[in-house]
Design a protein around this ligand. Structure first.
Ligand SMILES: Nc1ncnc2c1ncn2[C@@H]1O[C@H](COP(=O)(O)OP(=O)(O)OP(=O)(O)O)[C@@H](O)[C@H]1O
Length: 254
């Protein structure tokens, strides 16, 4: 379980998160939704201690991030919003780094890595450097690294971005299975179909503020004949401006 209370983050003069309080239960998949710049990555980076919040507290399974940072970090597998790092390493070298940071035994590492590399179809490129990988291959490499230590808490910032349909399907299945084991799965996405398939609970952020926090079912029940996309667009911002779209679409005809 993750408990966030009165989280605030200010970058210079920009309040990226204003006063965020919410609870993420174990055994469920929790999704963060919001337009570009809404504060999703800022929340996620605060959870994984990449940035220091301006104010507020975060507890993971009862441990306080301020005082038990290392113990919390050991529990977490994190997929960042950009996979473009460690580009000079081969995939195997990158996973070796993670295995040694988490002090995995060679046997445990070999077993888990074999399973993940097989699932994500990366066997033929494990000795290639990441700089020659496509975006999706880098994303798979980072996902495999995040899941390699078999962490209890998965925190995934736009994890489906760039994945091919098979890899996306497999990752979604892994997320569901992990939550079903009673573990914590948090992710952010712009893909509302995926959110609708995956989320038990969700938070919608707008300009650093929470505008919805609750179950997907409760949200969908507010407008029984509408999709999550329609409900989200009504809540999170202006709906598609038909006149403007027609004007843009019609430009070619003039
Ligand atoms: N390092 C930074 N320095 C200054 N401002 C930042 C920094 N990181 C984020 N911001 C600002 O904080 C706000 C929230 O950004 P954040 O990355 O959390 O949004 P997001 O919801 O993840 O957006 P996206 O969907 O585009 O990834 C934005 O206005 C952004 O410009």
């Amino acid at each position: 379980m993750i408990e966030i209370e009165h989280l605030k983050k200010v970058y210079g003069e920009k309040a990226a998160l204003k006063d965020l309080s919410l609870t993420i239960k174990s055994g469920e998949i929790f999704g963060f939704l919001g337009h570009n710049g809404a504060g999703k990555s800022t929340t996620i980076k605060s959870l994984v201690s990449i940035i220091e919040p301006t104010a507020g507290t975060i507890k993971v399974d009862g441990l306080d991030l301020e005082t038990d940072r290392l113990a919390i970090k050991e529990k977490i597998g994190y997929v960042p919003d950009s996979p473009d790092m460690f580009l000079q390493l081969t995939a195997n070298e990158y996973w070796d780094l993670i295995a040694s940071a988490y002090q995995l035994t060679p046997e445990r590492k070999a077993k888990r890595l074999g399973e993940l590399v097989g699932l994500f179809d990366m066997q033929s490129v494990v000795d290639n450097t990441l700089d020659g990988f496509s975006h999706g291959m880098r994303q798979k490499t980072i996902i495999i690294g995040a899941l390699l230590p078999d962490p209890d808490v998965w925190i995934l910032d736009e994890p489906l971005q760039g994945l091919d349909p098979q890899a996306a399907y497999d990752l979604k299945a892994l997320m569901k299975a992990h939550a079903k084991k009673g573990k914590t799965v948090v992710f952010s996405t712009h893909v509302l179909d995926s959110a609708q398939q995956l989320c038990d609970e969700l938070a919608i952020l707008r300009q650093g503020e929470l505008i919805y926090n609750g179950s997907l079912d409760d949200l969908l029940a507010t407008e029984p004949n509408e999709s999550l996309e329609t409900i989200y667009l009504k809540m999170a911002g202006r709906q598609a401006d038909a006149q403007q779209i027609n004007a843009i679409a019609g430009d070619d005809d003039e």
